[in-house]
Design a protein around this ligand. Structure first.
Ligand code: SF4
Length: 444
């Protein structure tokens, strides 16, 4: 079986490879990736109308109905590798049988004929798989992806791997939850380390662990980073860990620091305790403030992320969020995009359990793959639009994080009619040159 991999976020669709494929499997681990995949479908259908279509990744099961209307024959979420292999084997077996065309059906939305091989694999799998080392041959070079800006001024090539998938927790707004439903699955340490080794050979100087939460399995995680550091003492890495775990497992922060962890991303989402309770984040504003203190004591860098615009955001809470970021000297540690993230309500979201959210949302927008919502205070939606413009302009003109933050603060204070005090001076350690960051910050 020969496999060609295309990363549509980095390269054009290679038409010959699409034309020749028997099976086309589109990986949809994020909202943006799902939209990219759907945008590519008309060209895929035109180039190869008889290819078998599969969508896999956490956004596939929650959008199953829509993807099937677009011609998807198999949908795989969660631990998808076993299902993907079975699809390929089943398809190969069925294609070697004469008379295959008798089984063709008509897709309602695409008016193309597709082979009617029914899905026998589970749409969502929580199987405990034994993994193989990912085969990265044919992928774009690591240098074509986001790089790390290092405090020493030398950009670093970044690799990506995962030590676990899924999550033990059930935060209401999280896209992992409808698929993993409170479960997480580990990838065997020897596989993770072999994947890191092959990426170091490809030039990686820094690894991003894409685990939804690196401390869901803390012993597993620590075993990997200790081994990684022993083998590659100069290799740095970053991880994502929730506030609750950073507090409960604070004794392990030093190990992260001592094994080359450059920064920890943590999803704070809000500083408003009511919003945090509605999202079932498992932490409070006070918990976040404690984490900031812990990181200062440990000498580790924290990279907080926020969902700044929710139905519960007010002009006051938004201005207050900016004030706290400034007072805690986190301006340089918060990627500008985090000041303008608006709550996404995708299909299957637990947010729809809340009566007030159900009342707020419109009909599901299939093209956008979200339930649209408007804020009850139009000024908050207007502020969101303005903040987005400021951030996009700032990024386009390569303005500093401090300059963008300052402009966002200015528009927010104007909208709220508040007096705008000057931004506090930067403490020495928080200057941009001392903060490591990825050139493409994380967001869905
Ligand atoms: S801890 Fe993070 S990954 Fe886990 S459910 Fe909450 S938001 Fe999702």
């Amino acid at each position: 079986m020969s496999v060609a991999c295309l990363d549509l976020s980095r390269e054009q669709l290679r038409e010959d490879e699409v034309r020749e494929a028997d099976l086309i499997a589109l990986y949809v681990p994020m909202h943006t990736a799902t939209r990219l995949a759907i945008e590519a479908l008309p060209v895929i259908h035109r180039l190869n109308p008889s290819a078998y279509l599969c969508f896999y990744g956490i956004y596939a099961p929650v959008n199953e109905d829509y993807l099937r209307k677009l011609g998807a024959q198999t949908i795989l979420g969660g631990e998808f590798e076993e299902g993907l292999l079975k699809v390929a084997q089943r398809l190969r077996a069925s294609r070697s049988c004469p008379g295959r065309s008798q089984f063709e059906i008509q897709s309602s939305e695409t008016s193309r004929k597709i082979p009617a091989v029914s899905q026998s694999e589970p749409v969502i799998s929580h199987a405990r798989l034994r993994f193989q080392v990912p085969d990265r041959v044919g992928m774009p070079s690591l240098a074509r992806y986001a790089h790390l800006e290092h405090p020493d001024g030398k950009p670093r090539v970044v690799g990506y791997t995962e030590a676990s998938r899924g999550c033990k927790h059930l935060c209401r707004h999280c896209p992992v939850v409808p698929v993993y439903q409170g479960r997480f699955r580990i990838i065997q340490p020897e596989i993770v380390l072999a994947d890191i080794r092959q990426q170091v050979e490809m030039g990686a100087q820094h690894m991003t662990f894409g685990d939804p939460d690196f401390f869901n399995g803390v012993r597993h995680a620590l075993r990997i980073v200790v081994a990684l550091h022993q083998e590659f003492p100069a290799l740095t890495y970053d991880v994502t860990i929730k506030v609750e775990h950073l507090l409960k497992r604070a004794e392990h922060l030093q190990t992260l620091r001592d094994t080359g962890c450059l920064f920890v991303t943590t999803a704070v989402e809000s500083l408003d305790d009511r919003t945090l309770a509605l999202l079932e984040k498992g932490h409070t504003r006070a918990d976040f403030l404690r984490v900031v203190g812990l990181f200062q004591e440990t000498g580790l860098m924290l990279s907080p992320t926020f969902v700044a615009f929710t139905p519960w955001t007010t002009l006051e809470t938004y201005c207050e969020l900016l004030e706290v970021i400034a007072e805690l000297a986190l301006v340089e540690q918060v990627a500008p995009i985090q000041l303008g993230i608006r709550l996404l309500i995708p299909a299957g979201s637990r947010l729809l359990e809340l009566a007030e959210v159900r009342k707020l949302v419109g009909a599901f927008d299939q093209a956008g793959l979200v339930y649209p919502w408007r804020h009850s205070d139009p000024r908050v939606d207007a502020l969101y639009e303005q903040v987005q413009r400021v951030i996009q302009d700032g990024i386009k003109h390569r303005e500093s994080r401090r300059a963008i933050f300052s402009e966002v603060r200015h528009v927010a204070y104007q909208m709220a009619g508040h007096f705008e005090a000057p931004l506090p001076e930067l403490p020495l350690l928080a200057s941009r040159t001392s903060i490591p960051y990825l050139t493409e910050p994380w967001y869905c």
